[in-house]
Design a protein around this ligand. Structure first.
Ligand code: SAM
Length: 278
């Protein structure tokens, strides 16, 4: 008879495999359109979700306790906003994603192409946060293009998420990860394991900046493609960080105004966590 512990492992692996299959239909251009255009990215509104995320990241990277040589972004998707502040602090940035289509989208922009979304308003907004005029956006674009040295495949469900030798033996000095772990894990146990796996990429004492969805059970990865999400709450996020060896430095929460609920997911809020690896 199959032992209960063996059965559980098989069930969890099945869940992870099912997620990977679902992701094969992911459409980067549609995803960008759903989440990274107004009203969610309205730089004239202080209650819009993207300006909130950019402000959290700007603040975290300029508080003076985060520095070093290498910043790694986990599950970058087709987006670049999450490293626009960090690329000024770290000499080198590595982007990562599970899907070739997303890595290709990132490489198009990094190679000087325009890609599926115009990142100029994002670059201008971050320049303003940094006290520079929005005309510095082209300098920031150049800085970002030169700071990103690699766009690598990753699987957060593997104990070794990146190919061996991809990072220095001591690990990255800082990790950032936005809307990845809860969107690729079939349950909280899998989310925690993925958090533990990415922690191995970070040096002791290094910081993790984690942004994610609260109360979300699905999002659209393309037309008609519902991707299941583990619904998280603030307490669960704190527990998961503690259980995987992080000290929470700061947790902020954003609640979605009704008109940001545009039908592309059922998210109710967003958390931003700054944590340090013990
Ligand atoms: N970070 C981006 C953002 O802030 O919008 C994208 C987040 S998107 C909701 C989730 C990302 O996780 C997708 O880009 C997807 O390709 C990636 N992904 C899917 N399975 C993964 C896995 N096993 N390991 C790492 N990333 C994965």
């Amino acid at each position: 008879m199959e032992k209960e512990s063996e059965k559980k492992t098989v069930d969890i692996d099945d869940g992870v495999v099912a997620m990977a299959v679902r992701y094969q239909g992911f459409d980067p251009a549609a995803y960008l359109q759903y989440n990274y255009t107004p009203p969610r990215a309205d730089f004239q509104r202080s209650d819009s979700i993207v300006p909130w995320k950019l402000s959290c990241l700007h603040k975290a990277f300029t508080e003076g306790d985060i520095d070093g040589d290498l910043l790694v972004d986990i599950g970058s998707g087709p987006t670049l906003y999450q490293v626009m502040s960090g690329c000024e602090v770290f000499r080198r940035v590595i982007l990562t994603d599970f899907l070739e289509v997303n890595r290709k989208e990132l490489k198009t922009w990094l190679g000087g192409g325009s890609g599926s979304l115009d990142w100029t308003p994002y670059l201008e907004y971050v320049c303003q946060l940094e006290g520079r005029s929005s005309s510095a956006a082209s300098d920031k674009a150049s800085r970002l293009r030169s700071a990103v040295t690699d766009v690598l495949p990753i699987d957060v469900h593997r104990q070794q998420p990146l190919a061996s030798g991809a990072l220095p033996p001591t690990g990255a000095d800082c990790l950032v990860s936005c809307f990845c772990l809860e969107s690729v894990s079939p349950d909280v146990a899998s989310f925690n394991r993925a958090l533990g796996n990415i922690s191995t990429l970070l040096r002791l004492g290094g910081h993790l900046l984690l942004i994610g969805a609260l109360g979300e059970s699905f999002y659209l990865g393309g037309p008609g493609l519902q991707i299941p999400v583990v619904p998280l709450d603030e307490a669960q996020v704190c527990n998961s960080l503690k259980a995987t060896g992080f000290a929470l430095v700061q947790l902020s929460v954003y609640t979605l105004p009704p008109d940001m609920r545009v039908g592309v997911d059922d998210v109710s809020g967003v958390f931003f966590a700054k944590a340090r690896k013990l």
